[in-house]
Design a protein around this ligand. Structure first.
Ligand code: GAL
Length: 488
C-alpha cells in the first residue's frame, strides 16, 4: 500500500475475515449510531445534491444509455424485416387490407423466413387531431380502431409498425408530430400497441420556430420514445428515421434510432434501383448492429423490374444490410416473386447474428473506382459473414457479360488459401476458387451472390508467388519483377 493511497483515504484498514453468517450477525449486533456534527450535516447535504445532479444528468444524456440493456437489446440489433403498405397501396389502405396482408405474411411462409413486422404507412388518420389533441384513426377506413388491429397482428405472432412525421404534417398532409412528440409516442406505443415508428421529414417548421435543424427535430422523437418506454416498462418502439439521406444521417442517426433512410424514394424501375445502389455504395461502411442505412421499401413483385433485375434489387438490399420491407400486393404475388423474397441463403446474410457489417465495393468495374454514377453503380462487392466471405457481382450493362475478380481484391480473403464457392441463387456448390473466379454470362442487370469458404492451402507452388505483386519479395531480397513477373 503506498503512502499516498493511505493519506488520500483510498486505504481501508484490513477487517477481520468473517463468514457470511458471522457477517450478518455482526451487522445485527452493531448498533447504528448517527453523530450529528456541523461537518456531517454539510457532507450529507453535499452528497444528496451530488446524487440528485448525477441522476438528472444521466436521465437527460444520450437516450441509448437510459434504458435497461435488455430493453435496448430487443430492438433493431439486426436490420428489421417485414411488410410496408406504401409501395403497393400508397394512401389506399384500410383495416381489412392490413389484416389480409398480415394473414398472407403468415400463410405464404414469409413470417417463417423472418418477415415479422406489418407496417402501416401514411394516410391512416383523420385530417385533424381530436379536441383533446390526439391523432385519430380514420373512422371510415379503420372503424375498429388501431388497438384492435395491432392486437390482431400480434395474435399472429407478428409485430406492428406505424408512420408519423417530424414536422407539422405528414407527406400526405395528415397530422405530424412536431411539438406533440411525447403525446404521439405514447399513443402509438402504449395506447395503440405499435412496436415500430417510421418517422418522416415533411412540413418542416420554419427555422425561427424550430431553431434546431434536422438532428434536433429527430432527437425530439427519440427522446419521446425513450421516455415513454421507461414510463411503461415496454420495449421502446424501433425508431426508423425517414429523411431520405439528407444531412448525412449515417453520421448521427445511430445515436437516435436503429435505421435511417439513406437515399431518395424508390420507384418501380431499374433506373431507380441502380441509382439507390450507387448512392448507398458510398455509405454502406456505416452499417453495423443497431444502426443501418435503409434503402427504402422493396419493389419486388410490382412489375417494373424483370426477374433478373428483381433478384439484383433484393440481393443488393439484403447484402448491404438494409431493412427488408415487402411492398407488393401479397394476395397476387407470383411464385417468382415469392421465390426471391424467400431466398433463405440471401436472408441469412442480411440477418447474420455474428457480423453486422455490409458488403462494400472493392472495384467499381466499368467505371474508375469511387465514380458516382447512378446508371452504372459499382459492380464488384465483398463483405464478411458468419460463414465466410460474401461476393456480390452486379452486371450494370444491358447485355450479358462475364465477370472476373482476383480473390485477394477482397480484404476478407487470405492469400495462399483456396476457397469453396457456394452460389446463393442456384443453391449449388460451384467448385473451388484458386486465386480468381469468373462468373460466365451474367444476365443484363443480373446479379451473382457467392459465399466463399476457406478450403485449405492453395496447391503448393501456385505461381506467381504472391497474388498481390506490389512489394512482394523473397526473403533474400529478390523482388518479384527481378525473377520475371510483371511488376505491379
Ligand atoms: C415519403 C417516404 C415514403 C412514404 C411517403 C408517405 O417521404 O419516403 O416512403 O412514407 O413519404 O407520404
Amino acid at each position: 500500500m503506498s503512502e499516498s493511497a493511505k493519506t488520500s483515504g483510498l486505504y481501508q484498514p484490513e477487517q477481520p475475515r468473517l463468514s457470511g453468517v458471522e457477517r450478518r450477525k455482526h451487522a445485527l449486533d452493531t448498533p447504528f449510531v448517527v453523530v450529528l456534527t456541523p461537518r456531517s450535516i454539510l457532507t450529507a447535504v453535499f452528497s444528496l445534491g451530488a446524487a440528485a445532479f448525477l441522476s438528472y444528468s444521466c436521465f437527460t444524456s444520450k437516450h441509448a444509455e437510459q434504458l435497461p440493456k435488455p430493453m435496448l437489446e430487443e430492438v433493431g440489433r439486426l436490420p428489421f424485416m417485414g411488410y410496408n403498405t406504401w409501395n403497393a397501396y400508397h394512401c389506399d389502405i384500410n383495416e381489412t387490407l392490413i389484416r389480409e396482408t398480415a394473414d398472407n405474411v403468415v400463410k405464404l411462409g414469409l413470417a417463417d423466413v423472418g418477415y415479422n413486422y406489418v407496417n402501416i404507412d401514411d394516410c391512416y388518420s383523420e385530417r385533424n387531431r381530436s379536441d383533446s389533441g390526439d391523432i385519430v384513426a380514420n373512422a371510415k377506413r379503420f372503424p375498429s380502431g388501431m388497438r384492435n388491429l395491432t392486437d390482431y397482428i400480434h395474435s399472429l405472432g407478428l409485430k406492428a409498425g406505424i408512420y408519423g412525421d417530424s414536422g407539422w404534417f405528414t407527406c400526405a398532409l395528415y397530422p405530424g408530430s412536431f411539438q406533440n412528440e411525447e403525446r404521439d409516442a405514447r399513443l402509438f406505443n402504449v395506447e395503440w400497441g405499435f412496436d415500430l415508428l417510421k418517422y418522416d421529414n415533411c412540413a418542416v417548421p420554419f427555422d425561427e420556430i424550430i431553431k434546431e435543424g434536422m438532428v434536433g427535430k429527430f432527437t425530439r422523437m427519440a427522446n419521446a420514445i425513450r421516455d415513454v418506454a421507461s414510463e411503461s416498462g415496454r420495449p421502446p418502439m424501433l425508431y426508423s428515421l425517414c429523411q431520405w439521406g439528407r444531412e448525412e444521417p449515417w453520421l448521427w442517426a445511430r445515436e437516435l434510432g436503429q435505421t435511417w433512410r439513406s437515399t431518395t424514394d424508390i420507384d418501380d424501375s431499374w433506373r431507380s434501383v441502380a441509382g439507390i445502389i450507387n448512392q448507398n455504395s458510398f455509405v454502406a461502411w456505416a452499417n453495423n448492429f443497431y444502426g443501418y442505412n435503409d434503402m427504402d421499401i422493396l419493389e419486388v413483385g410490382n412489375g417494373g423490374l424483370n426477374f433478373e433485375e428483381s433478384k439484383t434489387h433484393f440481393t443488393a438490399w439484403a447484402l448491404m444490410k438494409s431493412p427488408l420491407l415487402i411492398g407488393t400486393h401479397l394476395a397476387s404475388a407470383t411464385k417468382e416473386t415469392l421465390s426471391i423474397l424467400k431466398n433463405k441463403e440471401i436472408i441469412a446474410i442480411n440477418q447474420d447474428p455474428v457480423v453486422g457489417t455490409a458488403v462494400t465495393p472493392f472495384r467499381w468495374g466499368i467505371n474508375p473506382d469511387w465514380t458516382y454514377n447512378s446508371t452504372h453503380p459499382a459492380q464488384y462487392w465483398s463483405g464478411k459473414s458468419e460463414n465466410g466471405t460474401i461476393f456480390m457481382l452486379i452486371n450494370v450493362l444491358s447485355e450479358s457479360a462475364d465477370m472476373s475478380f482476383n480473390l485477394t481484391e477482397s480484404p476478407w480473403i487470405r492469400a495462399g488459401r483456396q476457397y469453396a464457392v457456394r452460389d446463393l441463387w442456384t443453391h449449388t456448390e460451384n467448385g473451388t476458387a484458386i486465386r480468381s473466379f469468373t462468373a460466365r454470362a451474367v444476365p443484363p442487370h443480373g446479379v451473382v451472390a457467392l459465399l466463399l469458404k476457406d478450403d485449405g492451402d492453395e496447391p503448393e507452388g501456385t505461381q506467381p508467388p504472391c497474388q498481390r505483386e506490389e512489394w512482394c519479395m523473397d526473403k533474400n531480397g529478390t523482388r518479384l519483377d527481378d525473377i520475371g513477373f510483371e511488376p505491379w
